[in-house]
Ligand binder design. Structure first.
Ligand SMILES: Cc1cc2nc3c(=O)[nH]c(=O)nc-3n(C[C@H](O)[C@H](O)[C@H](O)COP(=O)(O)OP(=O)(O)OC[C@H]3O[C@@H](n4cnc5c(N)ncnc54)[C@H](O)[C@@H]3O)c2cc1C
Length: 356
């Protein structure tokens, strides 16, 4: 056991636990008080995950050997009592209390992608809609952040709080700035700042990249339904720009839902994509609550219902859904029940609220 010194008093430091992943046999170490997921990411091992709050369940895995416990204050809401009884854990909420062997899927390592903390300078704040801000962030010289389209970063706030924001462009050679689309939640801790006192040249601290949304695709040529509500458009934009950059021939149906016209804050860009990729990318904007003054002549109702109206059979499709948790869950449930979507073909990034 190692000793450290705190306020002049020698304190025993718990030894690190060794975690072995099955079936790969890959291993890493985890410290007391650290989630197994954080430990893996810190050491460059990418395990499936998304919200990091216990809500989405993407980091579900089975502990086959050893002792693990829930981190103090963590809420593994996505884990049923039955799953817990079978040794399942949510790795974002679980700490190792002994060496562990865990049965877990792994995401193939992408060279260059590693979770880092960085100071970033705000270089531009642009209102895309009355309640949506485009925020551009510049990392320090030579410290470009490498990430995959669909990933997100956490903005680090005082008091160990953090807020997640999707990266709205794919990482590109020669482009270092990070683009975020942030919706104002009145009374919100961080978005209140973004729409209040945050200004160009301010410095924020971020950590990332996180999330494995959008990284399951590989060389799939299955037709894709891209489904966004509100600022859920940000990671979807990164995926579309990635498809454009790689010259992908994959058929894509992009559905973007909002309440009123201004919620589709980059409608013109989507129309441009649809025109440039005629026959490959279809764009379907859908409004649920447009006032008559919007003069909206397009589709109306819930955006996921519009997908079902157009696609009675989703058994051959992959679905990428981002934004409001209620929309993501309705799509997951109804696409499977009413259109035969395979559970494994549904990839989601639900913008769940974060603690603190
Ligand atoms: C993986 C991930 C990616 C995300 N990406 C984006 C993004 O690209 N753009 C973006 O605008 N947001 C995104 N979010 C949501 C974002 O992280 C924050 O939750 C949100 O901006 C609110 O932060 P806040 O500090 O202003 O509000 P808080 O102080 O956290 O909350 C204020 C009030 O709003 C409620 N609330 C918090 N978050 C939400 C929400 N998402 N929807 C509805 N009510 C909420 C809280 O329960 C509380 O009542 C993402 C979330 C996750 C988990």
């Amino acid at each position: 056991m190692q000793m450290t010194e705190e306020a002049g008093v020698a304190v025993a430091e718990a030894p690190a636990c060794a975690i072995t992943l099955l079936p790969s046999g890959k291993s890493f170490t985890s410290h007391a008080g650290e989630s197994v997921l954080d430990a893996a990411l810190r050491q460059g091992i990418l395990l499936p995950h998304q919200c990091k709050t216990g809500t989405c369940g993407a980091c579900r895995a089975r502990v086959v050997d050893g002792e693990a416990a829930c981190l103090p204050g963590a809420q593994p809401a996505a884990l049923s009592a039955e799953e817990a009884g079978q040794g399942m854990h949510l790795l974002c909420c679980t700490q190792a209390t002994s060496d562990l062997r865990i049965e877990c899927a792994e995401i193939p390592h992408i060279p260059g992608i590693a979770v880092r903390k960085l100071p970033v300078r705000v270089t531009a704040l642009e209102r895309l809609a009355p309640d949506v801000m485009r925020v551009l962030l510049q990392p320090p010289p030579g410290q470009r952040l490498h990430y995959a389209a669909g990933q997100y970063v956490d903005v680090l706030l005082p008091g160990n709080r953090r807020r997640s924001y999707s990266l709205a462009t794919p990482a590109r050679e020669g482009q270092e700035q990070l683009e975020l689309h942030i919706r104002h939640l009145p009374g919100g801790l961080f978005t209140g700042q973004v729409f209040g006192r945050l200004k160009a040249r301010d410095v924020l601290r971020i950590e990332g990249p996180f999330g494995t949304f959008g990284m399951h695709d590989g060389a799939s040529t299955a037709p894709a339904i891209l489904l966004a509500s509100g600022t859920g458009f940000a990671p979807i934009k990164a995926l579309v720009e990635q498809l454009l950059a790689t010259g992908s021939q994959r058929p894509v149906h992009l559905y973007w839902g909002g309440r009123k016209r201004e919620d589709l804050y980059q409608h013109a860009l989507c129309l441009e994509w649809a025109q440039a990729l005629a026959g490959r990318l279809a764009y379907v904007p859908v409004l649920s609550d447009a006032p008559a003054s919007d003069g909206w002549a397009g589709r109306t109702g819930w955006v996921h219902e519009a997908v079902l109206q157009d696609h009675a059979d989703l058994s051959q499709h992959e679905v990428y859904a981002c934004g409001a948790p209620a929309m993501v869950e309705a799509a997951r449930r109804d696409f499977a029940a009413r259109a035969g979507m395979r559970a494994a073909a549904f990839f989601a990034d639900a913008f769940v609220a974060q603690p603190g």
